[in-house]
Design a protein around this ligand. Structure first.
Ligand code: CTP
Ligand code: MG
Length: 227
């Protein structure tokens, strides 16, 4: 099986609120995107890995990733994450069977779970890392009041990597059932066309850096040698 990696890193990081795109924020002595890609290297993907950068930042990304010991293909991203991933899919090697899509914003991907997800994809066609929620989740009934309280034992918090047979994710992106819907992940697009997506527990350390709080927490974990 030929397995290629796509790292969507073309977001601007508005909620983080730095002058630079989030993927270029420093985590210890490396940028977030460099750390994330370095963490995944033991998986030994077919090269090149595809990094999706925000318009205007190609040189800055090449510089930030210059020390990563792997061939990288740089592709400019689009307005929404979905546009960025689509461009990455268009850039895959023609003979790639399985694609692993992992957000630059998750710097501590758990390797064992990533490999489990790749294995599961051979059987199911798609798999996503996710982790059972610990909070009770509420819905809004549309008026700012409590709508319903879904059974927590069925709720998972979505993560990446998400892993797909290439033909299946391409089909999901092209399917009319997915046109015009807003979606912040890719596994949902596969589920919406009726294909199963295996859930693999990625654990709480596979959190996403969204605000300054998570960036500070990630730096703390590194300083303390906890990751
Ligand atoms: N992403 C992308 N292209 C976009 C938007 C997002 O490649 N047009 C990527 C981000 O770089 C990130 C991942 O998708 O690695 C998850 O997105 P998110 O955490 O929302 O990051 P940002 O969009 O950068 O942050 P914000 O929503 O706060 O602006
Ligand atoms: Mg975003």
């Amino acid at each position: 099986m030929i397995t290629q990696l796509i790292i969507p890193a073309a977001g601007l990081g508005r909620r983080l609120g730095l002058q630079l795109p989030k993927a270029l924020a420093m985590l210890g002595n490396q940028s977030l995107v460099a750390r994330t890609l370095n963490c995944l290297l033991p998986v030994e993907f077919t090269e090149p890995s595809i990094v999706i950068f925000p318009k205007g930042y190609e040189e800055a990304f090449r510089e930030a990733l210059s020390e990563v010991p792997v061939a990288i293909q740089y592709i400019e991203g689009g307005l929404e994450r979905r546009d960025s991933v689509k461009r990455g899919l268009d850039g895959l090697n023609p003979d790639t069977d399985i694609v692993v899509i992992h957000d630059a914003a998750r710097p501590f991907p758990p390797l064992r779970a990533v490999c489990t997800a790749i294995d599961a994809t051979r059987q199911y066609g798609a798999a996503t890392l996710a982790t059972p929620v610990t909070d009770t989740i509420l819905t809004d009934n549309g008026t700012g009041c409590l709508g319903m309280t879904p059974d927590r034992s069925l709720l998972w918090s979505c993560q990446t990597p998400q892993v797909f047979q290439v033909d299946l994710i391409r089909q999901a992106y092209g399917d009319e059932r997915n046109t015009g819907i807003s979606c912040t992940d890719d596994a949902t697009l596969v589920q919406r066309i009726g294909s199963p997506v295996k859930l693999v527990d990625g654990g709480v350390m596979n959190f996403k850096v969204t605000t300054k709080l998570e960036l500070a927490f990630a730096n703390y974990l590194l300083e303390q040698g906890l990751v």
